[in-house]
Design a protein around this ligand. Structure first.
Ligand SMILES: Nc1ncnc2c1ncn2[C@@H]1O[C@H](COP(=O)(O)OP(=O)(O)O)[C@@H](O)[C@H]1O
Ligand SMILES: N[C@@H](CC(=O)OP(=O)(O)O)C(=O)O
Length: 449
């Protein structure tokens, strides 16, 4: 049995949904289908999830944006009309959105998550109705009915173990099940969404729960490339990767697959295949547990902007037991999560995503570090970027760091920070954001050309 997930680009309009139907129909193993909200139809278009979030914010600000509301309703209505579905399908989608809008107006808890989830819910209703229209036996299955139980963390749900056994019972249903991605329900019955891009996570949870033979993740590229195709023209395609490599690469910027989505599949050793809805005969990229030794140890270069470096120095920091803990405790108290924390004899850097430390929090954090830790220096450097080179076996291979350093030199980009060793499969470099593009291109030439 295969679990198949279709991303927003695969559900952007009626023509895309026809492709989805063909893909499902051509392989009877594709029995459970996870869908995202409709994505962009072209580069200027909006993702339905972004529209729903904007609508929710406008309601909370006391001025419901009717134009956005109409845009959302019309996206679903046009799709159902073009697919020749009964009016009742579009009406059901509209009713669900209206209910969530009322929840936001009443300021009820979890209302924003309920509204955000309407995109996926609408897609699942439309896709299941269309499969039926095409003569297939198919049903819409709500995540509550499917048994996806999550921890109560709005916008950042985490699956609870009990989900997996409940999901297994879906195996006995002899029809195609269409489940909306991106959300689950708390044990108390509240709807909670995963983080953005979280339909990939639903797909992996369902594949693990059902003990599927394969989790196919359909998107809009033929494969995972060794570098983001936005950064390098026509980069090399990757035919296979390990879970660990893909998780590192996703975490560091490969937006093609959510980094949290690897975990459930990995635990059950379910292979994941990234495929293209617009070219389904292309083999795609397989993500598996182990791979035979490869010629080149570097398989991918991922990068992301939007980081800051919180730099702290104090003489004899190395002699002060508990310094690191107290520094990180201040961040924890202020609700700031961090990404990396390399340290030296008298210095420590903490790399943080910029949006986790907005200017108002920055002042509080910096003052607390000065007064409570009595440091010599505390500095914040914004507009940092991280580059991660990834590959199994890389850390036992002599010369990779020196080749990478040469690539930075050729690009005339200064390395502000290096972190190697914490992960066995990656090496991290911190640079100023302005040098990111040049550095990635140079690393690509060094390791892949
Ligand atoms: N290394 C990479 N390989 C392939 N695609 C990548 C990579 N890094 C970023 N992407 C981007 O990920 C996009 C697909 O992810 P996403 O937009 O979330 O798709 P979907 O709508 O299917 O969920 C691609 O169009 C591509 O621009
Ligand atoms: N629609 C949600 C969840 C998701 O997974 O979307 P996509 O598959 O289009 O990345 C989002 O935009 O975050």
């Amino acid at each position: 049995m295969k679990v198949v997930k279709f991303g927003g680009s695969s559900l952007a309009d009626a023509a895309q949904i026809e492709k989805v139907q063909n893909i499902i129909q051509e392989d009877e193993q594709r029995r459970v289908v996870i869908v995202s909200a409709p994505g962009k139809r072209n580069s200027e278009d909006d993702k339905v999830t972004d529209l729903l979030i904007a609508l929710g914010s406008s309601i909370q600000a006391g001025e419901t944006d009717r134009d956005i509301y109409k845009k959302i309703i019309s996206r679903f209505r046009v799709m159902t009309e073009e697919l020749g579905l009964p009016l009742s399908v579009a009406e059901k989608v509209k009713d669900t959105i209206d209910e969530a809008v009322e929840m936001v107006k009443d300021d009820s808890s979890h209302a924003l998550d309920a509204l955000k989830a309407c995109g996926e819910d609408g897609s699942a209703r439309i896709v299941s109705a269309y499969l039926q229209e095409c003569g297939l036996q198919a049903s819409y299955v709500n995540p509550k009915e499917a048994g996806i139980v999550v921890r109560d963390q709005p916008g950042g749900a985490l699956v609870l173990e009990e989900s997996f056994d409940q999901l297994y019972s879906l195996r006995s249903r002899n029809e195609i099940l269409v489940i909306p991605g991106f959300f689950g329900f708390t044990p108390e019955g509240e709807l909670v969404t995963f983080s953005r891009g979280g339909s990939d996570i639903t797909g992996s949870i369902v594949a693990a729960g059902l003990k599927a033979d394969l989790y196919e993740n359909f998107t809009d590229v033929d494969s995972v490339f060794c570098v983001n195709p936005m950064d390098v023209d026509q980069p090399k395609e990757l035919t296979s990767l390990t879970y660990r490599e893909m998780r590192e690469l996703s975490y560091a910027g490969f937006s093609v697959f959510h980094d949290e989505a690897l975990i459930p599949a990995f635990k059950e050793k379910i292979p994941v295949c990234i495929k293209n809805t617009n070219n389904p005969s292309a083999p795609g990229t397989m993500i598996v547990s182990d791979l035979p030794e490869r010629e080149s140890h570097v398989v991918g270069i991922a990068s992301d902007k939007g980081f800051l470096n919180l730099y702290v120095s104090k003489y004899f920091m190395n002699r002060e037991i508990g310094f690191g803990r107290r520094l990180l405790q201040i961040l924890e108290d202020e609700g700031v999560s961090f990404e990396h924390a390399p340290s030296g004899i008298d210095d420590m850097s903490v790399v943080i995503r910029e949006h986790h430390l907005p200017p108002e929090k920055e002042e509080v954090v910096v003052n607390r570090i000065k007064t409570e830790l009595q440091v010599d220096t505390v500095m914040i450097e914004r507009e940092m970027a991280l580059i991660m080179i990834v590959g199994e076996g890389m850390n036992q291979t002599i010369g990779i760091a020196s080749r990478a350093a040469a690539a930075f030199r050729e690009a005339e980009v200064n390395i502000e920070m290096i972190n190697q060793g914490s992960s066995e499969v990656s090496m991290m470099f911190g640079v100023k954001s302005s040098g990111l593009g040049k550095a990635v291109k140079s690393l690509y030439r060094t390791f892949f050309e």
